[in-house]
Design a protein around this ligand. Sequence first.
Ligand SMILES: *Cc1c(COP(=O)(O)O)cnc(C)c1O
Length: 387
Amino acid sequence: MRATQAIIHLDVFKKNIETLRAHHRANGAEPSICVPVKADAYGHGAIPAAKAALEAGARHLAVATVDEGAQLRDAGIRAPILLLSQCVPAEMEAVWAYSLTPLVSDTQAAALFAEAGKQTALGAIYGEVPPKVTEKLPVFIKIDTGMGRVGCRPEDAPALAGFIEQTNALKIAGIITHFAVSDSSKEENIAYTNTQIERFSAVAETLKARGIQTGILSAANSGGSVSHPKSWFDMVRPGIILYGYQDAGSLPALKFKPVMELVTQIVFTKTVRKGESVSYGRTWTADADTVIGVLPLGYADGLPRLLSGNFSVCINGVLYPLAGRICMDQCMVNLGAHPEVERWDKVTIFGGAKPALNAADIAERIGTIPYEITCGISKRVPRVYAD
Ligand SMILES: *Cc1c(COP(=O)(O)O)cnc(C)c1O
């Protein structure tokens, strides 16, 4: 019922997946797609996004935390779920129980995962399927080819693979790496990504030469999935582009559309007289009699306070600037001297038809990335699914 809502266009989400697949086919490739639904699907709602992704042909999902994976399993989702971030030992039994597929960067974590499997059978809490006590936990070996985050050094991969095999509890489902600058078409960044791809390919070759089954090879995030065909291997992991935002530096520019549309309504209007101020800090003062509309959303809903004085919302196809500071639960819009809009009119904050701004425009204004804008739309804002 709340006026402020994040409308999630699942049809657009599915179309974005198809746009990427068409791009791959046009390049003579058909890697499988793993859709990251971490951070509640970048703020869009993990369960509906996961279901829509699978309907659109994705074969894997990816999460950052064990809780996120458990939430998908509890919703009846059976697809393989990659656990992208390193968890702690206390979470490892749950990884088995919920049948998540962790990335393993080192032998210590591999040993701990193997140990945890003695307590809990694979998939013990995984729907109605009875636990298969003998099954091994599939894991991906994470290689740090240049991201500088988790992952083993390329030269340590053979020893880690050997260790995983001899645990007798884990099995290698794939090899994975992550790019640092794949969404940039600057020459030096293209070269860096190519180096990462070469290091990754070399690891895969070395493992194969030693008779190790490498399983699924996966390197590409959004930037790689669009711009670096050599990084597609068996499976790509595009996140932000499927939610509608391709980095301006990533070429070729494909037609991804924003999935989230943040809307509200004008709940109050008033005329402020010349010289009167609006909101905390008195940063905005009317230079003539002006009609102000009050919107029922603020920084507690995820509209960054840093946008104060630097943002416009779309009402009936026209942009209107905010007036004064964004408050916790409200913000004010300058409707001008003789407004064409009325109380209760609908307002698009971002993501709707132009001229409404999108999350990338907002991000640019405050020096961040669209990921942080959509992830930051708080739990207080109901997600409404349209398809
Ligand atoms: C988040 C993440 C992705 C997706 O990244 P995007 O930039 O949203 O495409 C892929 N792989 C890993 C390991 C990640 O953490």
